[in-house]
Design a protein around this ligand. Sequence first.
Ligand code: ADP
Ligand code: MG
Length: 590
Amino acid sequence: MNISHPPRIQVLDPRVAAGIAAGEVVERPASVVKELAENSLDAGATHVTVELRQGGLEFIRVVDDGRGIQANQLEVAFARHATSKLTTMDDLDSLSTLGFRGEALPSIAAAGHVRLVSRTAHANAAFIEIEGGRTLAAGAGSSALGTSVTVEALFSAIPARLKFMRTSGAEAGRARQVIDHLVLACPHVAFTLVTDGRVALRAPGSGSLRDAVAAVHGVEIADAMLEITPSPQARYPAHGLTCSPSTSRPNRTAIRTFVNGRWVQSRALTAAVEQAYVGLLMEGRYPVSVVLLEVPPDQVDINVHPNKREVRFVHEGEAFSSVQRAVRDALLANVPVAATPHQPSRVEGRDTAATSPSFTFSLPPIPSVSAAQPLIDTAAAPALALDELRAGAAPLAGATMPRLRVLGQIANTYVVAEGADGMYLVDQHAAHESVLFYRLLRHWARGEPEIQPLLDPVPVPLTPAQQDAVAEALPTLAAYGFILEDFGDGTWLLRAVPAMSRAVPAEKMIEELLAEGVVHPHGATPSHWAMAASIACHSAVRAGQSLSDEEMTELIHAMETTADPSHCPHGRPTTIRVTTSMLERAFGRA
Ligand code: ADP
Ligand code: MG
């Protein structure tokens, strides 16, 4: 039993209360930067300059050329719940500003020492200085049109918060993220970020998203970004820019999603972008992507949390697929395809189908979208060290295959070939899988599946749950060539299969799709690329299967016309290159 007196319950001193509330809105220097810069944007600024020292812990200044604050309003701007952006409850539904709670300035002033100088078009400049929520000084100032807010000694009044701050470098990094998001959301606004006296970022405010991406990621990446345009089947239009699969990052920070012009943190939208790259990037690699989704305001709630910018959609699945489709379309339309000298580059369709009818993976060439593409990207395919090769970790980099001459097969699993600069070892299953995967996707994108009708429909017995799953997945299955029909009594009839799967027992494919969860009971709608990956995997030639010279040659040529033959849909490498110079070094010739 605890016999000590319980502590007395008291109403907090207003300054303490303000400090606690400030701690909520003003989590760290980056939140101050975000609130101040958003105020600048709300004020119609076309130029915003942000200056930081020690990650903002020592000094933050945000200067804008917006419409300013009248001298007699400076003090009230720092009062709690004081805002010019909202007067009635109805206004809440039609907000176009970034802020509206009227909490930022008082919270910041409660957390540090603030000096604000402002001038409107019609009056002289005035300033106010506040610390710990108390006005220290106010009066006439001098300033260009617009507002400048300086925050010093942030959190010195709230030591508890200081303890949670990481190094100033980490805080500067967070502030940089905030600016990156604003730059990408507002390409028409010129931003400058100066950290510890150095210009860390300069965005021109040209109105072009590509210029904004250049400011954030550099010109080289920006120039190579692919345009995202809305998919016709999508409920919500998605625009933006996304990288080709030759660019990637080890984490998700460069996947940025915006809804109605605001950066949002959304697992669903980030996953949608990631999934668009399935089969194009190695596992554990992530794209650089800026996706701008437009959603009618009544179908989305962006202000779930004042700082985190989480978002809720009325139709989350539709938001997901709108993004996933638009990004995938951009990739399929733009991924460069090797121009192969031995094939005419403008041939479409089956008329030039390869000449080996006995071979079930004969492939029509696809039109070349980038005839100027180098056959081999030597810069991206570094010379291999012997020990790397021994470790088996020397995949071919770069998105195109050079022309290769087949030499033979090893262990009935690897094709050996000679190319422009050395020897190539190709994993026959992974390579074929990659070829088939892209072929399926191309036909899916055109809405023209390659179908093999079955003379004798094959009965497939299904459990009730499996029947539900198959029924739901029917359109996707049909888009790849599986025609299924409910025969009653738990039996479905398979009337057609994807042409490339004709060598596989038909009912086995359906079993596999169900077993792998690609078509799953009580699941979300199946993703079509997962289905393509599964069909490709089961239709591809296996390891351990002996191939004729013709078959090997055909496989290698098919790789030359495939979007990214360097990886299979699961991200495993298809090809290992041993350069001539590496051989020379190994044999002591160099
Ligand atoms: P909110 O942005 O939610 O309205 P703030 O505390 O951030 O609340 O700002 C209070 C008010 O001060 C704003 O509504 C706006 O009228 C004015 N204000 C703040 N910053 C600026 C600025 N940079 N330029 C012009 N007005 C500003
Ligand atoms: Mg604000």
